[in-house]
Ligand binder design. Structure first.
Ligand SMILES: Cc1ncc(COP(=O)(O)OP(=O)(O)O)c(N)n1
Ligand SMILES: Cc1nc(C(=O)O)sc1CCOP(=O)(O)O
Ligand SMILES: [Mg+2]
Length: 217
């Protein structure tokens, strides 16, 4: 199965250098995977290039062993260099076509669309594999992120790609996002800011089954 085919609904675990400094990174991501995370993103705006390379390599090794795709935030070139499954690109992080030609047809490429259906259409047309919306709730990790409301998830259903929701996602507000159509819950603080990461990841994962069951009943 190619990494793109492996994209399935669930918890999208995004790392943070303040919450997971140094040696804490790999065990924390390992715990998130044990708890059911279906996708991991290495996001680190603080480390040196050498540190980023080493940490990305460690995570590729962990994620490959566990058959969970690892995406690199902001940096398709680093994704290529370490053999990651793909990259997540914001509006200022370079274009999807270039990333696709660098990483190949099987790579997973995500694009930030904030709260805009227009940006989402453009991302789909440029070859994105999932569309990322947010921030839905106030975020301690990125306080300045522009706000989105859950209805954007409903409106983006027609684009036919998996939808990711980010920004202040917690166990309490996640059901609302899933009910509005989020396929992936992208979480930093609500996951890695807790003592028991595995249990928290499992609780997020369980929400997907519960919300689907409720929709069916
Ligand atoms: C899954 C996901 N969604 C959104 C973002 C934000 O990307 P971007 O707008 O480029 O902001 P930074 O993360 O680079 O600060 C993301 N990384 N992942
Ligand atoms: C990295 C990021 N991007 C956002 C966006 O809205 O694009 S919000 C955000 C931070 C998400 O972290 P937390 O789960 O701790 O709120
Ligand atoms: Mg970015």
């Amino acid at each position: 199965m190619s990494p793109r085919d492996a994209l399935r609904p669930g918890l999208y675990a995004i790392t943070d250098p303040d919450l997971l400094p140094g040696d804490r990174l790999v065990p924390a991501v390992e715990a998130a995977i044990r708890g059911g995370a279906v996708l991991v993103q290495y996001r680190d705006k603080e480390a040196t290039e050498t540190e980023r390379l080493a940490r990305a390599r460690d995570l590729v090794s962990l994620c490959t062993d566990n058959q969970v795709p690892l995406l690199i935030n902001d940096d398709a070139a680093l994704a290529k260099r370490v053999g990651a499954a793909g990259a997540h690109l914001g509006q200022e992080d370079g274009n999807l076509a270039e990333a696709r030609s660098l990483l190949g047809p099987e790579a997973i490429l995500g694009k930030t669309c904030h709260a805009s259906l227009e940006l989402a259409r453009a991302a789909r047309d440029a070859g994105a594999d999932y569309l990322a919306f947010g921030r839905f709730f106030p975020s301690m990790t990125k306080p300045g992120a522009p706000a989105a409301t859950p209805d954007i998830l409903q409106r983006a259903q027609s684009l036919g790609l998996p939808l990711s929701a980010i920004g202040g996602v917690s166990l309490e507000n996640a059901p609302l996002l899933i009910a509005n159509g989020a396929d992936l819950l992208a979480v930093i603080g609500g996951l890695f800011g807790t003592d028991d990461i595995e249990a928290r990841a499992r609780a997020f994962t369980d929400l997907f089954a519960k919300t689907t069951e409720q929709e069916l009943s």
